[in-house]
Design a protein. Sequence first.
Length: 297
Amino acid sequence: MTERVDVEFEAEGRVTLRGWLLLPNGPGPHPAITMAHGYAGVKDHGLERFGRAFADDGFVVLLHDHRSFGASDGEPRQDIDPCRQIADWRRGISFLENRPEVDSRRIGLWGTSYAGGHAIVLGATDRRLRCVVAQVPTISGYEQGLRRIAPDAVAALEEAFAEDERAQARGEPPRYQAIVSADPAVPAAYRAPEAIDFYRQPIPEGIWENTVTVRSTRAARMYEPGAWIGRVSPTPLLMVVGLNDTITITDLALAAYERALEPKRLELIPGGHFHPYTSGFSDASAAARAWFREHLS
């Protein structure tokens, strides 16, 4: 039976990140997988199910919360800087390397959504990784913004960015908006019903809050992990893509996959961005498990 252990490690700036270490049965050292969630998500948002599936195949699994989210430290809270999250994740790889249960020569990485973009960047820039899985990954913040934000709403969004910057220059804290809301009068990162259902799924009280800094949205619109995809090779890359993804956009992911070099594999999942966590879980997890077995076992 898989054992779940609470762990913590120090990230850049002496910030403590916390998560779970899932330990498989049998004597080690085992190959390992490091995992993290996407934009403003926490590990309790359905990721343990993936982690336990990987642990059942004999992998040690590290699943951590990004800084300023969930159980991890970091100020200001609910603030997303993709470059900092990537740098922190490197410390997670180092943490795994030093665990006695882990074979440090066989570490893979799994990221989903925004962290699927991180998986691409880390696959291209950290050769300690033996393989990576990018599930429904962010490819281009700029292109996503063009598809998801109505042209007549852009000016107000840009003014919100400018006002937030001016306020911080005056010494005020960053401004905030909702992560999800169905009310068009409430500024929010996501309005799709499937996003609202996903983020508002039942999780332990106090773990997650429906707020994120405004500057996180600016950073997301500047984030271009697809620019790194041609550099992931020779590290093996699996991309899991939703056929009707309107969040990270199906055609952007498919075009990025074409730019990737071998070794690579594409797994197409019926449904939208959040289906790999629900009705598409069996297909998405089976593809990742097979990829990790092929390249880590």
